[in-house]
Design a protein. Structure first.
Length: 331
């Protein structure tokens, strides 16, 4: 069963994809479906002996280009719809044990190009309303395959959080006559919440961080989406992202799990003045041994309570980043 059901109490769609219950779950490295196909070995998802970066359709998709009809009948109160869209996998490297933080900047730069290209290609499809690249990293986040990879969803509409951002940006522009994201980036470039500042992108712990070590990476100019970035801007995004990921790993001395997501203009267009390209990275740890859990207030009320002030966590990330910079220079 793959279908969407509407929640009229929140005005949101929920997707059901029951076949995902059968997806591969944390296999040993020698049975990983994302590793290269070894000569004489069993075939994997990638029929090549080696590769750098690969994109393909998810075998267990939440959305498809040809979904089945819903299993139940909807009505005016609770509509249903086919799970129309796309779900793709992006494998970052053939090295099963690597992480995105450990890959060279050139590979991250290639990933930015892949994100931009798939945004363009999927965005042209009439059934796609929003292109959403993301990475779930770490078993703490719930990954079912440890091989370094991300995903790209093509939603049939604008998901709730990007839609909320657009609505908030519209209200802010009506009141102040400017882009809320542009105004925020200008402030954060010189704030104590800044983690890394490049020529084209700034990374900072947001003033309202919902996770203690959450980081936003925002374009310093008003760029609505990945395809609008110039080549030098893509270079800078790769460099800034690399430094943030390295800082995460240096923070507590282990490879930091996180959810990374790209927020950009909807595929339908028409929101260029209200959307401002940014990445959101949300790690679950608040100390080296304690996680930030989403419990009653967050899950049931949507009201986040954060354990540490952004100014303090940004300072810790800067220190971790500077330590990594010194180590790299010494090497």
């Amino acid at each position: 069963m793959t279908e969407r059901r509407y929640d009229p109490t929140r005005g949101e769609w929920v997707t059901f994809a029951t076949h995902r219950q059968n997806r591969t779950f944390l296999p040993p490295a020698d049975q990983c479906p994302l590793c290269p196909t070894a000569p004489g070995g069993p075939p994997t998802e990638i029929p090549a002996a080696s590769y750098d970066l690969v994109t393909f359709d998810n075998r267990f998709p939440s959305f498809t280009a040809d979904p089945p009809e819903p299993s139940v009948a909807g009505d005016a109160l609770t509509p249903v719809a086919p799970a129309l869209g796309r779900a793709e996998v992006v494998v970052f490297t053939g090295d099963h044990d690597a992480t995105l933080a450990e890959l060279p900047v050139a590979r991250l730069r290639a990933l930015v190009d892949v994100w931009a290209d798939r945004t363009t290609v999927l965005g042209r499809r009439p059934e796609i309303g929003y292109v959403f690249p993301f990475e779930n990293k770490g078993e703490e986040i719930g990954v079912t395959l440890n091989h370094p990879h991300g995903q790209i969803y093509g939603y049939p509409d604008i998901p709730p959080i990007p839609a909320q951002e657009i609505a908030a940006a519209r209200r802010y522009r009506a009141e102040h006559g400017s882009c809320v994201w542009c105004d925020l980036v200008i402030r954060e470039e010189t704030s104590e919440r800044l983690v890394v500042c490049g020529d084209a992108f700034a990374a900072y712990v947001p003033f309202w961080a919902r996770f203690p070590y959450q980081v936003y990476i925002s374009a310093r100019r008003h760029a609505p989406a990945l395809p609008s970035l110039t080549a030098p801007e893509r270079d800078d995004l790769a460099h800034v992202l690399k430094r943030v990921l390295v800082a995460y790993d240096g923070l507590f001395g282990f490879s930091m799990p996180y959810v990374m997501a790209v927020h950009q203009e909807p595929a339908t267009g028409g929101h260029g003045d209200l959307t401002h390209l940014h990445l959101e990275l949300s790690p679950p740890y608040r100390t080296a041994t304690k996680r930030k859990y989403l419990a009653g207030s967050e899950l049931a009320a949507g009201a986040y309570v954060t354990d540490l002030p952004p100014e303090r966590t940004a300072a810790a990330l800067r220190e971790a980043r500077e330590g990594a910079d010194r180590t790299e220079t010494a090497a």
